[in-house]
Design a protein around this ligand. Structure first.
Ligand code: SPV
Ligand code: MG
Length: 432
């Protein structure tokens, strides 16, 4: 009996999927290549169900002979490994983003005397539609919380952007561009202490308390599904930190970052121009342990932020701290710097990776902003946070428009700088 290869994500089962399995089964045994998170991550958002959940569903569908992982977006590696007699696909791949993939498959199958079976695409319902509908309904705290670890495992670099209100959350949720055959999106939100405090007209010195921070965060959570990394400053008092951890977990936040400073916290980008004191290694390890002991889910991450470079200390100091914090239970390291070259960050990550290949590393290139994402990937960084750009973009634009109204004493010129009234009315679904 012939083997018929069928690649799929299988996040949402619908009549179109059953139809293609049935069509495949008419020709032989259907071998499903189930796309892994890694195969999907650079091309579309991660499926709602993880690989094992999707595997369980698809393996139990009548007509499926066997399921194997497909680790690449391209079918070719699996076609070469499993040598099916034919591949089956819906004819929707004749145009659009799968055009090149189809061309390569046809060439390869012809070279091995294999067959390409194309069946009419089932109109009216498709996975993207169902998934898009799911997105508009939202997510659960549990699914959102887990999604950061899934992204770290699936993507060479997780791309996070600052969000301080619902609107910025929606930009991160929905903005998507196509470049070099890849869909590029932000993977999640950074709840920044700097931009959250600043947007409330308060200094970034832990004066906006957790309850208040949470209320802006809830606005973001309500209209998005992507993971959130929460900036908890110093984590507050050791005794308070486990409560913060549990509050964040309950809300579906994926990770908290706490920085190893003590006393009155000042924003790191002031560097040594203000009085800032680093916590002792022992003291900070105790706080990490208290947080880990308070954690209720297995997937929540406590990421330790090292302020050695901010305070003019050496790479040796930063490395000693990193390894100690991980021993204390930290699930990741954020290494911060305000130098503009990025040399200290490169030095740290290279030396750290000699000893530790797996612990996720987070960077915040606000000052060394020329470093590209590709360079971070090659260095061994896992998460890049663009930490303050939404607020920094908005403020100058608002001042400019307000100034024009003062100057002109009408808003003709100012309106030209603004989005149209029609656009703002249509921006949020449900406004009408
Ligand atoms: C923030 O965004 O609040 C941060 C990063 O903590 S930084 O402003 O660089 O300290
Ligand atoms: Mg901060």
């Amino acid at each position: 009996m012939k083997t018929i290869y069928l690649g799929m994500t299988a996040d949402a089962i619908h009549p179109g999927i059953i139809n293609i399995i049935n069509e495949g089964a008419k020709h032989g045994k259907v071998l499903v290549g189930l796309l892994t998170d890694k195969a999907i991550a650079n091309h579309k958002p991660l499926p709602i169900l993880d690989y094992n959940q999707r595997l369980k569903v698809i393996s139990n569908i009548k007509g499926v002979y066997k399921v194997v992982p497909q680790n690449e977006w391209s079918y070719l590696p699996n076609l070469k490994t499993y040598k099916p007699d034919a591949i089956i696909h819906g004819d929707d791949w004749k145009s659009g983003s799968l055009f090149e993939i189809r061309k390569n498959v046809i060439e390869y199958m012809a070279s091995v005397d294999g067959e390409v079976i194309e069946i009419p695409y089932t109109l009216g319902v498709n996975s993207s539609m169902i998934i898009e509908n799911n997105r508009t309904i939202g997510t659960t705290p549990e699914i959102r919380l887990k999604s950061l670890r899934r992204l770290i495992n699936a993507k060479p670099l997780v791309r996070i952007l600052e969000s301080h209100n619902g609107l910025t959350g929606l930009i991160i949720e929905n903005l998507s561009i196509e470049k070099n055959d890849h869909i590029l999106e932000f993977d999640g939100m950074w709840s920044s202490s700097l931009t959250d405090s600043t947007s409330k007209g308060k200094p970034d010195i832990e004066t906006v308390d957790t309850t208040k921070r949470l209320s802006s965060l809830v606005d973001i959570l309500e209209c998005t599904t992507k993971p959130v990394i929460y900036d908890a400053d110093t984590g507050g008092k050791l005794e308070h930190f486990p409560y913060t951890v549990r509050t964040l977990e309950r809300n579906g936040v994926s990770a908290v970052i706490i920085e190893d400073k003590t006393g009155l916290k000042k924003n790191s980008l002031f560097g040594t121009s203000v009085l800032q004191k680093q916590e002792s290694i022992e003291g900070f390890c105790k706080k990490i342990k208290a947080g880990k002991a308070g954690q209720v889910t297995k997937d929540f991450m406590i990421i330790s932020r090292i302020e050695s470079f901010i305070l003019g200390k050496t790479v040796e100091d930063a490395l000693e701290r990193a390894h100690a914090y991980i021993l204390a239970g930290a699930n990741g390291i954020m290494i911060h710097s305000k130098h503009t070259t990025g040399d200290d960050i490169f030095d740290f990550v290279r030396q750290f990776r000699l000893k530790d290949k797996v612990t996720p590393i987070v960077v915040v290139p606000s000052t060394y902003n020329h470093v590209t994402e590709q360079e971070f990937i090659e260095l061994g960084v896992n998460i890049v946070i663009y930490a303050n750009h939404m607020l920094r973009a908005a403020y100058p634009s608002m001042v400019k428009v307000a100034t024009m109204i003062l100057e002109d004493q009408n808003s003709v010129r100012a309106s030209e700088q603004c989005m149209s009234i029609k656009s703002i009315l249509e921006l949020i679904p449900g406004t009408k």
